[in-house]
Design a protein around this ligand. Structure first.
Ligand code: AMP
Ligand code: TRP
Length: 326
């Protein structure tokens, strides 16, 4: 069985982009893959975090993982900082990467742009991500499109180390959804939907109330020609709505548009509201139950143990290859 690894940062506001780009794949993969799903708290502290909020958000993501259908009996769910190999391998890989390649990363440029002082962790963030992946001899990494460059870097580092020290790492592949890989902000379809945008109507959070879902979709930015057609270049707003519709229902855009009698964007939006509310209802219901249960901590402790059992032999292999220790 191929091994899958992926992670989500515990930074609140998990949204439809996260779900359709990444989380939905997590659930699908667990039936025929060995899956490891991480809550990457060490990535979250690359920008300032309130410690109390961070702890809360870690458990929020863990509960959300389970609420969408990740089954801890099938998959490993754990918190990154509970397995020390991530930070250890992260350091070793830092010594095998270049500031030039890291400063070229789009995400780094976006997060550091215009700032007077930039934390070192923001620059080395993708190296820690490479460590997450390589620590488990991962074959497949399900993520959204925005992580493509980081996956390429992970492959480059793995190949570089393998060439220098002999076979050390499995070289992983990214896995991207057809429809959901890049969900755009509802208020500005030129930007990707994000956790941190100030306007709450730019995103649908997975736990949003039905009334909020309706408000955000009904006021989504479209255009003035009134024609419902998939054309991301010229009609980014309408295309984003169709894309969300497609990703939520599993229907292609052609299937969605065939036989529709929608007379304008309002009709499309109304239908999308219903589809979204229906998709998120069971997640919300599961979430509240799981978030309050004591099982959550047990799942995370057990997950960390199982993750560590896979990571430790890989770390031993790495230390041996590099000549670290005695
Ligand atoms: P993050 O919130 O940065 O931890 O992202 C978690 C996962 O969601 C990653 O696999 C991202 O690639 C994915 N993701 C984040 N934003 C979007 C988006 N707007 N559309 C599709 N996937 C996304
Ligand atoms: N960088 C990813 C993001 O921002 C999160 C992440 C950290 C990740 N480590 C990972 C994703 C390992 C996949 C595999 O979305």
């Amino acid at each position: 069985m191929k091994r899958v690894f992926s992670g989500v940062q515990p930074t609140g506001n998990i949204h439809l982009g996260n779900y359709l780009g990444a989380l939905k794949q997590f659930v699908e993969l667990q039936n025929d893959h060995e899956c490891i799903y991480c809550i990457v708290d060490e990535h979250a502290i690359t920008v300032p975090q309130d410690p109390k909020e961070l702890r809360k958000h870690i458990l929020d993501v863990a509960a959300l993982y389970m609420a969408i259908g990740i089954d801890p009996k099938k998959s490993i769910i754990f918190v990154q900082s509970q397995v020390s190999g991530h930070a250890e391998l992260g350091w070793i890989l830092c010594c095998n990467s270049y500031t030039g390649e890291l400063s070229r990363m789009t995400q780094f440029k976006a997060k550091s742009g215009g700032k007077e002082s930039v934390g070192t962790g923001l620059l080395t963030y993708p190296v820690l991500m490479a460590a997450d992946i390589l620590l488990y001899d991962t074959d497949v990494v399900p993520v959204g499109n925005d992580q493509k460059q980081h996956i390429e870097l992970t492959r480059d580092i793995a190949i570089r180390v393998n060439n220098k020290y002999g076979d050390t790492f499995v070289v992983p592949d990214g896995r991207f959804m057809k429809a959901g890989a890049r969900i755009m902000a509802l208020d500005d379809p030129e930007q990707k939907m994000s956790k941190s945008a100030e306007n709450i109507h730019s995103r649908i959070s997975l736990l949003d109330e039905d009334s909020k879902i309706k408000k955000s979709i009904m006021r989504a930015t479209t255009d003035s020609d009134g024609e419902i057609r998939f054309d991301p270049e010229n009609k980014p707003g309408v295309s984003n709505l169709l894309n969300i519709y497609s990703a939520l229902t599993g229907k292609t855009v052609e299937e969605i548009l065939a036989g529709q009698s929608w007379r304008g964007y309002g009709d499309l939006k109304k239908e999308l509201v219903a589809v979204t509310q229906e998709a998120l209802a069971p997640i919300k219901q599961n979430y509240n139950e799981i978030r309050e249960s004591e099982e959550l901590i047990r799942v995370l402790k057990d997950g960390a143990e199982r993750a560590n059992a896979i990571a430790e032999p890989v770390m031993k292999r790495v230390r041996d290859k590099f000549g670290l220790g005695i």
